[in-house]
Design a protein around this ligand. Structure first.
Ligand code: GUN
Length: 295
């Protein structure tokens, strides 16, 4: 079994981006990070994004509205960032408080600055195989992991567990695209899928994105399959200083014994997501610079 090392691959991408940003004269790309409230996981994700931006030379602007912010106030904040020529990319960290409609917030972000790829236009461009948009960071990171690990989806049965807007739906569309590295035959499973293990056992490439700790067991995986674990679950563990441990959607110890390649948690898909966010931010910067020149 080969371990797909997300840290190593993300480090390579970050080094490429760092060189690219260093060559930009004048104003550097700028990413606005909006984090509403004090969700502990969101605090740590946004910190990581800030730190990686600094490492690459991307300017970040962190905005921390209180949990009591209204939807109208959040829309106004996004409108101001959309109109701000010094901001290239905007990311509103999910989850948002219950009183805010998350999808409406994602739609409010200008498609040209939507480095998260959650806006309707950018999701639509993935379906249309139009490269001028932004692909959501986690699915883009999975495709990059597969490409850089020598996994070609052509002719393979790709089974996706989960149909979320952030991972399940876009990764299914990407795996299906008619282009090098993709061309997969895709099945998407979800909470209403009957006979799930019978389907997952047919997967040449299994992508688990359901947010249920160690849900995928060895009996659900075909020997020799490639397993991509998108889950980041916090499981209580009194032996840890933090009081919890991180585990994926896959029972790693037993599944790893029989698959060809697998991503660990942490250190698999997670680091790639941040690297792809930076890649999208640099892309947004370039597109905005081109538009400003009338290109
Ligand atoms: N929460 C979990 N993953 C993501 C992501 O990729 N982007 C944002 N904005 N929030 C998230």
């Amino acid at each position: 079994m080969d371990l797909i090392d997300g840290n190593q691959i993300a480090t390579a991408i970050i080094a490429e981006l760092k060189a690219e940003v260093a060559a930009i004269g004048g104003r550097k790309p700028c990413l606005a990070l909006v984090r509403v409230g004090e969700d502990p996981a969101s605090i740590s994700y946004v910190k990581k994004k800030e730190k990686t931006a600094a490492e690459i030379g991307v300017t970040s602007r962190v905005i921390l509205p209180p949990v009591s912010i209204t939807q109208a106030e959040l829309f106004k904040l996004i409108d101001d960032l959309n109109a701000d020529a010094a901001v290239d990319g905007i990311l509103v960290q999910s989850p948002l408080p219950k009183h805010i409609d998350e999808v409406k917030v994602f739609r409010r972000v200008s498609p040209d600055k939507d480095v998260d790829g959650f806006n309707t236009i950018n999701l639509g461009k993935v379906a249309q195989e139009d490269d001028t948009g932004f692909v959501a960071c986690t699915p883009a990171g999975i495709m990059e992991l597969l490409a850089r690990s020598g996994v070609d989806l052509k002719g393979k049965h790709v089974v996706v567990l989960g149909r979320s807007l952030i991972v399940g739906k876009p990764i299914a569309l990407l795996a299906l695209q008619k282009r090098a590295g993709a061309n997969g035959t895709v099945t998407v499973c979800h909470s209403a899928t009957a006979n799930l293990p019978a389907i997952t056992r047919q997967a040449d490439v299994l992508i688990a994105a359901i947010g249920r700790p160690e849900f995928v067991t060895a009996e659900m995986v075909k020997p020799g399959a490639v397993v991509i674990d998108v889950g980041v679950n916090r499981v209580p563990d009194p032996s840890k200083k933090t009081g919890y441990r991180l585990t994926g959607d896959v029972a790693f110890a037993t599944v790893a014994r029989q698959c060809a390649k697998i991503t660990p948690v942490p250190g698999g898909v997670g680091p790639m997501t941040v690297a792809m966010l930076m890649k999208n931010t640099v892309k947004a910067f370039r597109m905005q610079a081109l538009a400003a020149r009338g290109g």
